[in-house]
Design a protein around this ligand. Structure first.
Ligand code: ATP
Ligand code: MG
Length: 504
């Protein structure tokens, strides 16, 4: 592989760091060698930073998604066709039965090694969907703290982007994707108090050329989509800020205030913003009958928090950033919200999530990965959860593959009490996720994981002891034990602990 000839740390794309953490199997010298490789990679980044060079960067892709075009390059990622062999019944009866399960084939992104069948483990949801191996375009990653879930998502995302896909990180609460997105040449939107960046949750989003049925999207259909989205986000915000469900009168006044706000903004040829809705609510306080005017007052006071107080300046005007749909990667970094009130954090998540989804739900945008880091937060708000369930159902139509990262299956119970609508919705996310990757689980989480995923005794025993970086993959009916291999360039980008040292 040719190295990037730029004034940056040079990056070898396929330089995988040798094996480290197979339980007890790695020799001492081997481990030392790996530690040295990691230290060298980190030192290279530090040296680059000291010289004032940009962060580590991957070389731009110079060929199409099928690979480099040259003679005999097997361009197009075709797998070999297996044909039968004629043999006698006697010979067949004594034939050696193959003990390893079938692999997923070589189509897709190399992620690491298949520890059961041996060989490479490659994964490409779009091609698996085409082949009928999976029927839904979403994945869930579970695992204890520090087991390597984010590293898996990041290595898959980096390699996918280098192969021509796009990446969106809906809400990055720890800010750990920023360095990855920058290394890919993408753009990072930082949202938080005093960051100076504003997102307008009422932005219309990207207009798709086709609707979900593949028919051209008419003006009327588009207007309905935008209106539904706007109403959904307003209801979400009101629910988060009141901490309860809305009354029918409150729904009514929000909807009517949105109509007024849209009318006012249209007459001034600009996009509607939340202060317009507040003006609408204020008018309704004065004009409507007592019941509606009370509801308008409550909603007016509730939404005031977006324009004043701890949330001011983040969502109360036209967006100051554009969602660059052509950028290889975009993330919304909300790490500066650490320590903010829980409602503020949930408002930011809801707005960032809704905004990202509005921007990426278009069939003309190419194939895209959408990552929800620390997804348990999204699950606990009903409106957020509802939006996510819908986005997941639409993923296929829009060429999107979603990845939700959580600690344990029981985090889904945070959605609501057993038997509640919320709990059912959260479970439907799990059911819709045709790809489940389970990293090590502690004893308390193990029982629920085993029950919900119908794991075998062997799988259950395995999950208890999985080393860092190795996970159990469940794809439809097959399961694989996969060790995620990282490259020398990726390690310093993913090393959350080492990054902490550098910042200090
Ligand atoms: N496959 C791997 N090979 C080598 N090191 C790894 C691998 N996966 C993860 N690590 C290292 O382990 C550390 C923790 O990984 P990571 O941040 O991905 O964990 P996590 O499961 O996302 O944790 P959290 O629950 O805190 O988000 C990182 O420093 C990373 O470099
Ligand atoms: Mg993580």
């Amino acid at each position: 592989m040719k190295k990037a000839g730029r004034n940056q740390n040079q990056v070898e794309l396929f330089d995988f760091v040798p094996e480290t953490m197979e339980r007890g199997r790695a020799k001492k010298s081997h481990r030392r060698q790996v530690r040295r490789a990691r230290a060298q990679a980190l030192a290279a980044v530090r040296a680059g930073q000291n010289r004032g060079e940009d962060e580590l960067a991957f070389p731009p892709r110079s060929f199409g998604p099928g690979g480099e075009r040259r003679a005999k390059s097997l361009h197009g990622l075709k797998t070999l066709k297996i044909t039968g062999v004629d043999t006698t019944a006697h010979a067949a009866a004594t034939g050696y039965p193959f003990v390893a399960g079938p692999s997923l084939g070589a189509e897709g992104i190399y992620l690491g090694r298949d520890l059961h069948g041996g060989g490479a483990f490659c994964f490409d949801p779009w091609s698996l969907y085409r082949q009928g191996v999976i029927s839904g375009m979403s994945a869930m990653f579970f695992g204890q703290v520090g087991t390597g879930k984010s590293s898996l998502a990041k290595s898959f995302a980096i390699r996918s982007v280098l192969a021509g896909r796009k990446l969106s990180v809906a809400s990055d609460k720890k800010g750990e994707w920023t360095i990855v997105v920058r290394a890919l040449g993408g753009s990072v939107i930082q949202i938080g108090p005093g960051m100076g960046t504003r997102l307008n949750p009422l932005d219309p989003g990207t207009r798709p050329g086709l609707d979900t049925d593949g028919k051209p999207l008419m003006d009327q259909g588009w207007a309905m989509m935008v209106r539904t989205r706007r109403m959904a986000i307003l209801v979400t915000l009101a629910k988060i800020l009141t901490g309860r469900d809305l009354e029918p009168a409150e729904h009514y006044v929000l909807s009517a205030a949105l109509d007024r706000a849209e009318g006012a903004a249209e007459s001034q040829h600009r996009v509607v913003v939340i202060p317009d809705v507040l003006v609408g609510l204020d008018q309704m306080r004065k004009e409507e009958d007592q019941y509606a005017s009370e509801a308008a007052s409550v909603m007016w006071m509730t939404l005031q928090r977006i324009v004043s107080g701890d949330l001011a300046g983040m969502f109360d005007g036209p967006s100051t950033v554009d969602f660059d749909r052509d950028a290889p990667a975009v993330s919304i970094d909300t790490s500066s919200l650490n320590g903010a009130s829980p409602e503020a954090a949930r408002v930011v998540n809801a707005c960032a999530g809704a905004w990202t989804e509005a921007m990426v739900t278009t069939s003309d945008g190419g194939q895209r990965l959408v990552i929800y880091e620390e997804g348990w937060d999204n699950i606990s708000s009903e409106a957020d959860l509802r939006r996510m369930v819908e986005a997941w159902k639409l993923a296929r139509a829009y060429g999107i593959f979603n990845i939700l990262i959580m600690h344990k299956v029981s985090d889904l119970d945070m959605a609501g009490d057993q038997g509640s609508k919320m709990a059912a919705m959260a479970k439907s996310l799990l059911a819709d996720a045709d790809v489940k990757v389970i990293y090590r689980q502690d004893a308390s989480a193990l029982r629920i994981t085993t029950d919900e995923m119908e794991l075998s005794d062997r799988e259950r025993a395995l999950i208890k002891t999985l080393p860092k970086g190795t996970g159990l993959w469940r794809l439809g009916n097959s399961s694989f034990e996969v060790k995620n291999d990282l490259t020398r360039a990726e390690i310093p980008l993913f090393d959350t602990d080492a990054r902490m040292d550098m910042i200090a």
